[in-house]
Design a protein around this ligand. Structure first.
Ligand code: ADP
Length: 164
């Protein structure tokens, strides 16, 4: 059984992430989306809501599971019996960080391969942080995130009322 792990903060999941998930789910028997809970950044959306949102956005994909994890990704991949770690690569911005990370992971456990998937053309400049920035001030993020995320942000992080 070919198992892949797609780790990330997903704070929140965007259409760019979902595109990678849909493409990767076709390549593996099982795809585990692992939501990191021990990042240095304070999360905008708490871990259980991030997980629920990913589940809502991936319910059409029968071989996809969503779980949270903390600690080293490579150890979690091993414990999950994944042979592959999936990461997304956007134009220019991700390369250096992802390259370093994959080299480090290789040195920690050479039996697990990192597989990079290029971001879809429409999502090259899309990031969770941009989404948060725009949503925070009431901008339209419906072309950047799946519908359940847009709805969640509207309800839980409404923009402040504009001063007259
Ligand atoms: P992390 O904090 O681990 O970088 P993210 O949720 O920001 O978590 O990203 C998880 C993975 O998804 C990373 O490999 C990142 O490069 C990738 N990714 C982020 N945004 C996009 C996008 N728009 N298209 C494709 N991949 C993306």
């Amino acid at each position: 059984m070919r198992v892949a792990l797609y780790p990330g903060s997903f704070d929140p999941i965007t259409l760019g992430h979902l595109d990678v998930i849909e493409r990767a789910s076709k390549l593996f028997d099982r795809l585990i989306i692992a939501v990191a809970t021990n990042t240095k950044k304070a999360p905008y959306i708490n871990a259980s809501a991030r997980i629920d949102l990913i589940k809502a956005c991936t319910q059409h994909l029968k071989n996809v599971d969503v779980t949270e994890f903390n600690g080293l990704t490579i150890q979690f991949a091993k414990a999950s019996q994944a042979q592959v770690i999936i990461r997304g690569l956007r134009a220019v911005s991700d390369f250096e960080f992802e390259f370093k990370m994959s080299q480090m992971n290789k040195s920690l456990d050479s039996s697990i391969e990192t597989l990079f998937m290029m971001a879809g053309l429409d999502y090259q400049f899309l990031s969770s942080s941009l989404v948060k920035e725009v949503a925070q001030f009431g901008g339209d993020i419906s072309k950047a995130v799946p519908a359940p995320v847009a709805e969640y942000l509207k309800q839980h992080h409404p923009p402040p009322a504009l001063a007259p």
